[in-house]
Design a protein around this ligand. Structure first.
Ligand code: SF4
Ligand code: SF4
Length: 364
């Protein structure tokens, strides 16, 4: 039997919903679900509608595609215009809008841009094309960074000199600290990202709850997981308890996945990086260590320094900071749909706008 079915059982969900209704007062309680996977699950299972009206769930900056800047995509496009370069990345990345184009349009116009299902596919492309320069556009949080590290180690073992990455890897919880310290923010509690925390462990959030006085609970992705974590946040508020609750203990521990963390540490180091909606956040990105710099495409080619602005009609930035929700965007479900995304939040299945488009009824 599928173990996950246990976490989808309606009787468990009903019992948790009852307890949540008992715990919650009329006083407003605003929770940010940091991860795009949670937003998708919350909307898919109709969880918002089952909660007391005084509990508000707001989406956060936890989808790696959503927080990708136009500037990063523009760099990928610029690379694809270099004769000997093959650009590769995950399928979603090809659809993220740059300032003037996207990688899919460039591919259709004849640039050599390949879709990979794993970083190791990109290493294979490099092996098969020794006369070409292969660049992998590496995106993602701590969940995918170890895979990029493995690809780089594989490239080194295979003595490849034509494999490079453009690193857009990012880390939690720095943007959460920005949200937590924003005096205009209404967020009182965080539903912490399950997959990221599987790698990092709960230890990374200690300062967040202690210094910013936010209630924090790690959640898995099934309805019972999410409801259980919401209930624990209510209990924390009642007791004014700022400890980190782990309601995804079948996958998450305090220290995380030590092997994956070691791998990340061996290849990457903290760098400042730009996030869509937040701008440059110190020490929130992963760049290659000196010993691995030879695989950094920015060491091989000097790309233009112009920093492109974002589409002014797109409010992804405010959505990622929890200040607006997608239906406040005038392009939502009109000019901007998953088939024709005008902003990064409409691209991935975990993107906030894409989830609202799929699961939330659209008011015209
Ligand atoms: S990879 Fe997992 S934790 Fe990260 S945004 Fe996606 S669903 Fe959330
Ligand atoms: S609906 Fe589209 S344009 Fe509007 S915020 Fe979302 S991604 Fe951006």
């Amino acid at each position: 039997m599928d173990m996950l079915q246990e976490f989808r059982k309606s009787e468990y969900s009903k019992a948790l919903i009852n307890q949540i209704h008992k715990q919650q007062t009329e006083e407003k309680f605003t929770i940010m679900e940091v991860c795009g996977g949670h937003t998708a699950a919350i909307l898919k299972y109709g969880i918002k509608d089952l909660l007391p009206e005084s509990i508000e769930l707001i989406s956060g900056p936890g989808c790696p595609v959503c927080v990708t800047t136009s500037d990063f995509i523009d760099k990928g496009i610029e690379l694809s215009h270099i004769e000997e370069v093959i650009v590769s990345s995950y399928g979603d990345v090809l659809r993220v809008p740059g300032s003037k184009s996207n990688l899919l349009k460039e591919k259709n116009a004849g640039r050599d841009i390949r879709i990979c299902y794993s970083t190791l596919d990109a290493v294979e492309i490099a092996k098969q094309n020794p006369d070409k320069t292969i660049v992998f556009l590496a995106l993602g949080f701590e969940t995918t960074t170890p895979m990029t590290a493995i690809a780089l180690k594989r490239a080194r073992e295979s003595r490849l000199t034509n494999f490079f990455i453009l690193s857009g890897h990012k880390t939690m919880p720095e943007p959460m600290k920005i949200i937590a310290s924003d005096p205009e923010s209404r967020i009182e509690a965080f539903l912490l990202p399950g997959h990221v925390t599987t790698i990092t462990g709960t230890g990374i959030y200690k300062n967040l709850s202690r210094d910013y006085h936010k209630f924090c609970s790690v959640s898995g992705f099934e309805p019972v997981d999410i409801l259980h974590a919401i209930l624990s946040l209510l209990e924390q508020r009642k007791k004014q308890d700022y400890s980190i609750q782990n309601k995804y203990s079948r996958a998450v521990s305090e220290e995380g996945n030590l092997k994956a963390r070691e791998l990340i540490k061996e290849v990457f180091e903290e760098v400042d990086v730009a996030w869509k909606g937040f701008g440059l956040i110190p020490k929130s990105g992963m760049g290659l260590r000196r010993e691995w710099k030879q695989y950094d495409i920015l060491e091989k080619y000097k790309l233009s320094n112009t920093v492109a602005g974002e589409n002014p009609a797109c409010i992804c930035g405010d959505i990622l900071k929890g200040k607006e929700n997608p239906t406040a965007c005038r392009l939502f479900a009109k000019a901007c749909t998953p088939e024709h995304p005008k902003g990064a939040c409409m691209v991935s299945d975990e993107g906030t706008c894409a989830s609202y488009y799929r699961y939330q009824s659209v008011e015209s």
